[in-house]
Structures are given as C-alpha cells and as structure tokens.
Design a protein around this ligand. Structure first.
Ligand code: ARG
Length: 455
C-alpha cells in the first residue's frame, strides 16, 4: 500500500505495516453501520446546504450518490476494498469515485469522531425499537398462554423445594411483568439518549456554523448534545444499552433455567417441541432442551459484552482515543443475540406441550402446611404456635415417610377440629385464599390480565 493512499495520509512518509493494518482496520465489523452512516451524511449534507456551505446542485449530487451506494450494497454489490479502513472511509471513497472530488465535501465541518458517535447512537436507537417490538410480542405470547390455561395448578417453588400451590398462569404472568420492566428500561433509555452529536467535530465543535437542531431533527433526535467534548467521547449510552440487554438476557435465562428443569423426566412438566430440542450423538433416547440451555448460556455472553464495554471506557483519556473503536462489536453482538433469544424463547413457549397432569401429580400435600397453620389461626391459635403445631406434624410425617395429611388421628390431637380442617385442605382451596392483589387466586389473576391488557 502506498504511503499516500489514505485519506489522512498527508503527513505520512511510509505506509502502515501489514500487522498494524490487521490490528486497526474495522470495516468487517462496522459495515453494520452502513445505513446509519448514509443517513448521518444525508442530514449533515442538508445542514451544509442550508448553511450555504455547499450548493443545491452539489447537495443533490451527493445525496443521490449516497442513496445509490446504499442500494448497491443492498443488492449485494461488493463496493469495499482492502484499503477501506472503516465503513465511514469506505463510503466516502466510493462516493468520491462516483461523483469526483465533490464527494470529499461531505466531510466539511465533520470529524469521524462526531460522525461515528452519531452513527452509533442512531444504530442503538433503531435496534432498541426492534427489541421493544420483540419484547411486546413475547409478552403477548405469555399473556395468551396464561389466559388459555387459567385454572391449572402446579407446585410453586422456593429454594427449588415445593412451597405453595400456584396457578400455572400466575407463573406465566410473572414473565409478562418482568418483561414489562425490561421494556420500560429500554423506553427510558430512548428518552435519555436522544441528543445528536453532529456539529461537535473532532473535539471543539465545527467551525462551520450550521443549524444543528434541524440536522438532529432530520435524524429523529429530539435534541442536540450540549458539549462537544462530552458528545464525541462518552460511551455511557452504549454501556446502558448493553446493561439493559444483559438484564433482558438474565430475565430470559432465569425462566429458561426453570424450563430446563421442568423438561427433565424427574419433573416432566413440559415437553419442548422437537423444533426447539436436539438429540445426543451417542445416546439415542435423549431429547435435550437445547433452546433453553442456549438462551441461558447466551446471557453469559451478554454480560460479557457489557463487561467488555465497561473495561474499555473506564480509563480512556478525553476525548477520542482509538480504543473506542472496540465499542462496536459488543453492541452488534448483543443486539443480534438478544433478538434471536427473544424469538426462540417466544416460539419455544408457543409450541411447548405443558403436562398439567404431571404438575398436579407432583404436588405434595406439604404445600398446604401454611394453609393449615392459617386455619388454626382462624380458630384462635397464635400464628407462632400454629406454625409449631404444623411443623411438628410435618416433622413426624417426614420421619415416617408419609404425607402429613396421612398421619393417624393420634398425631392430630393438638389440632382443634382436625377432621373438618383436613377436609378443607385442598390445593384449590389454598389458591382460592390468595385473592390479594398480585396473588395467585382466580380473581387476583383476573386483575393481572386486566393490567396486562391495558399495557
Ligand atoms: N473507526 C474509528 C472508530 O470507529 C473511526 C474513528 C476514528 N477517529 C479517529 N480520530 N481516528 O472509532
């Protein structure tokens, strides 16, 4: 490569070493920003036109050529070559090849620093809209499943030990409301990171005064950045984006973990569709819940990307340092990862077979221990004493290897009206007692459906 072949090579006497090229060129990664780069240049060009820096004829030529570059790439044309160090340089080179030296005017009053910051912000804003859409679709799926299966009971767990009876739909709606927070987090993110850096130049602000507000509005930003130093150097938008995505990943991962456990033969609550499972290369009998395991695994990757970004930005001196080029890969990777995880999670839930008979079969009478204690309280026993009486029963039953409800009458002596209480104690009864808002009772679940519908 000749020393003068690069756009910035004016002051250089020798070409970049091959090893250095390998280290520094980022086109393979940042070509993902093509659309945002073209949009950014179109808006910047319009700003230059309105400020009288370029003429109408010049603007139209530049804009047409930029659009044609985008459509060429979309058609699969290979426009980039080995000299293009990043997508921004590549677009400018092809632009100049197509319309001559007029193409170079697009970079008037702009640095790659504010250009990259703008493209990157636009990208995250666009992808956030896609992710929000996927989150809503998944919410709709769990809402519809929950409505369909209302009334089905299952054991609810704490410490992975049977705790209290719940409605299966109550569990499903917990996914809905967790996702709702994930959605709100991203909506907050969109309203916070709504400032356009264009006009900031490399560090000090462009010397060509143009209407920054109009350029920002053209790109869909509500505001312009207030300080050029901050605008070109901060990456906390990316940090927050990756953090929000890692949190969504961890939401999915927690539920995926339950699905993995539930699809074991020990539990048997769930059979994933073949489409979302895979077999073993050695053991013919195996059908593994790979979709859920992968979603659980990908959450580690999302957290890794967030950590990579944090490590990257914590010590870079202001304003731009080349380290910051490493900010793209984690963002692109997390975006693709979360979108496919949300899609698979949704389809896997939609196609899964829920084995309600197994859920009911596995419910142990010990799930009703709290309800028995509560019934004793109703008979006037203090809760601590009631807890002790029932705990005693459960302890004896455990020693004898039976359910506490099966213990002979002699052990129930301390319980007033034991016969009547035992009759009352059913899983359905337990659930029906929990109609406090947010609870698992039928009416409480209806309220959740109402809230979900409003959302
Ligand atoms: N490829 C670089 C990046 O994405 C472009 C910015 C280069 N800016 C500079 N001052 N060298 O970070």
């Amino acid at each position: 490569m000749k020393a003068k072949s690069k756009m910035w090579s004016g002051r250089f006497n020798s070409a970049m070493a091959k090893s250095m090229t390998e280290l520094s060129f980022s086109l393979d990664v940042d070509k993902e920003l093509l659309e945002e780069d073209i949009q950014g240049s179109l808006a910047h060009g319009k700003g230059l036109l309105e400020a009288g820096v370029i003429s109408k004829i010049e603007y139209v030529k530049i804009a047409d050529a930029l659009q044609s570059i985008l459509s060429s790439v979309k058609k699969g044309k290979k426009l980039w070559n080995a000299q293009d160090e990043d997508i921004h340089m590549a677009v400018e080179r092809v632009l100049t090849k197509r319309i001559g030296s007029l193409g170079k005017k697009i970079h008037t009053g702009r640095s790659r620093n504010d250009q990259v910051a703008t493209d990157f912000k636009l990208y995250m804003r666009h992808k956030t809209v896609d992710i929000l859409d996927m989150l809503s679709k998944l919410q709709k799926t769990v809402y519809e499943l929950a409505q369909k299966h209302a009334g089905r009971l299952m054991p609810g767990y704490t410490h992975l030990q049977q705790a209290q009876p719940i409605q299966f739909s109550h569990y499903l709606m917990s996914i809905f409301f967790a996702l709702e927070r994930d959605r709100k987090r991203l909506s907050n993110f969109l309203s916070l990171h709504n400032e356009c850096p264009l006009g900031s130049g490399a560090i000090a602000g462009s010397a060509f005064s143009y209407n920054r507000k109009a350029v920002a509005a053209d790109l869909g930003f509500a505001n312009i950045s207030a300080n050029s130093i901050d605008a070109v150097s901060h990456r906390d938008m990316a940090l927050e984006f990756l953090s929000d995505l890692a949190i969504i990943g961890s939401t999915l991962s927690r539920y995926a973990e339950d699905m993995v456990i539930w699809s074991s033969s020990e539990f048997g609550f769930l059979t994933l569709h073949d489409k979302f499972s895979s077999g073993s290369s050695m053991m013919p009998q195996k059908k593994n819940p790979d979709s859920m395991e992968l979603i659980r695994g990908k959450s580690g990757r999302l957290i890794g990307n967030f950590t990579a970004m944090f490590t990257l930005v914590k010590g870079t001196p202001l304003t731009y340092s080349r380290d910051l080029q490493e900010d793209k890969l984690p963002v692109f990777d997390s975006t693709k990862t979360i979108l496919v995880c949300l899609q698979v999670f949704k389809e896997a839930l939609e196609t899964a077979k829920w084995n309600f008979e197994n859920m009911e079969k596995r419910m142990l009478p010990a799930l009703l221990a709290t309800d028995l204690a509560d019934l004793l309280v109703k008979k006037g026993v203090a809760f601590r004493d009631a807890h002790h009486i029932v705990g005693n029963l459960v302890g004896i039953a455990a020693k004898q290897g039976v359910n506490f409800t099966e213990l002979p009458d002699e052990h129930w002596k301390g319980v007033p009206n034991a016969k009547e209480l035992k009759k009352k104690l059913t899983f359905a009864y337990s659930v029906s007692r929990r109609n406090i808002e947010g609870g698992t009772g039928g009416k409480a679940l209806e309220q959740q459906f109402k809230k979900a519908k409003a959302i």
